[in-house]
Write a protein that binds this ligand. Structure first.
Ligand SMILES: [Zn+2]
Length: 121
C-alpha cells in the first residue's frame, strides 16, 4: 500500500518513476541498514519469493539504477513486465517477508509508492 493509503495507485504522484533519482538513491541508501528483529518476524508468515513492488519501474530507468547502485537486486516477477526489488526466498521462516514489509514501509514513509508482495512456488 502506498503513502496515499490507496490500493489504486495508477495515477499516484508518489510512484517511483515520478521521484527524483537522487532522492531514490538517498532513500535506498538508508534502507540498506534496515534489519529485522524477532518481533518483526513473529508477525510475518512467509513462504515463497518476496518482492518490494513498484508500479512502472523500468529496468533501464535512473530510479532502477539508483536502487541497484546500493545493492538491491532488481528483477521481474513472473507475469509482470515491471521491475521490482527481489527481497529473497522465504522458506516459511517469515524473515524475508518481515524484511520486505519493513523495506516497503521505509519507502512509503519517504513518499515512494510501493508494497511488499510475494509469489508462491
Ligand atoms: Zn501510490
Amino acid at each position: 500500500m502506498c503513502i496515499n493509503k490507496s490500493y489504486d495507485c495508477k495515477n499516484c504522484p508518489n510512484q517511483i518513476h515520478n521521484v527524483d533519482p537522487l532522492k531514490v538513491k538517498e532513500v535506498a541508501k538508508a534502507a540498506v541498514n534496515i534489519q529485522v528483529n524477532g518481533e518483526d518476524i513473529k508477525r510475518a508468515y512467509g513462504c515463497g519469493r518476496v518482492y518490494v513492488s513498484f508500479l512502472k519501474l523500468r529496468k533501464t530507468s535512473k530510479q532502477a539504477k539508483a536502487l541497484e547502485s546500493v545493492g538491491f537486486n532488481i528483477t521481474r516477477r513472473p507475469h509482470s513486465t515491471q521491475y521490482h526489488i527481489y527481497v529473497g526466498y522465504d522458506n516459511a521462516t517469515g524473515r524475508q517477508l518481515a524484511y520486505g514489509k519493513k523495506l516497503a514501509k521505509h519507502f512509503n514513509d519517504n513518499d515512494i509508492c510501493c508494497y511488499c508482495d510475494g509469489d508462491d512456488d
